[in-house]
Design a protein around this ligand. Sequence first.
Ligand SMILES: [Cu+2]
Length: 338
Amino acid sequence: MPNLFSALTSQSWYRRQLLQGGLIGLGSMAIAAMAWKNKTPISQRLPHIPDVETDPKSIELNGFDPMQVLRDFDYGEVSYENGQRVREFQVEANSTTLNLHAGIKYVSWNLNGRVPGPTLRATEGDRLRVIFHNADGHSHSLHFHGIHPAEMDGIKPVRHGKTVTYEFDATPYGVHLYHCHIAPVTRHIGKGLFGLFIIDPPEGRPPADEMVLVMGGYDIDNDEKNELYAFNGIPNVFRDRPIPVVQNQPLRLYLLNIIEFDPAITFHTHANFFQVYRTGRTLTPSEETDAITMGTAERHILELTFPFPGKYMFHPHQDFIAEHGCMGFFNVLPEQPT
Ligand SMILES: [Cu+2]
């Protein structure tokens, strides 16, 4: 039985985030120390991250576990050049078979063996160096959203066995995405070649239990319609294994819609409202709602806190999509008395 309220785990997790984000300093350590004693407002307290066990069956069936994808941020290998922080990322395209449903095997094209690919994360102003190796049989590329020169836009095919380096500065802060941009893009994205690309503002954001939710669709029979949908790559995982979170604790969702063929969908949370930071481009929320409409490639930061323990559903309100795999629950665990 895992210790769901492991202070040590949460502290080390948060410290690691600070270190990897390059934000650590005496000030933030002081905030951390005070917050741990609950002497600061809830918005500045350290998050309690429930331990989540990896599902060996998911690894065996698909090569990855969507529950791991949830809170996994890749900060790259950090170095400094001429006073600028450089983050170097390794991304490899390949093909793997996913078990999307009982009896439905699907050959995905993916990045680093998972759908979505790694969540690349940097701070505004960092230099990004993304080393992309194409180990797959088809030509692919990595096209980043954000602002960068044309030659780094990632629309040229990278052939099987070739390696290219995309290099540019991280700007503007927000929640972005990257994806393969080889035609037909519907097919290359639909088969799994996409991921989130988070650029933190220089001043950071308040502590929260942060997680990644990527909504994707699968056109199993090549009829240009999706038959299955998923959060983080595998249908119904968070329906069958609700995401543990803690009562009265801020949650920050980095949410992307990368569903092809369906022009737009919504994202809805049960029994709660969330704050919306459109494209993550603001530090204060612009809207509060419980259902937000997102076209393909739209992404937002959503923040919410559950005041009551229990299981709460989340899903697109195009209910066909929810009923075909894009549905999950938060399992809100009671807050421990302090
Ligand atoms: Cu591709």
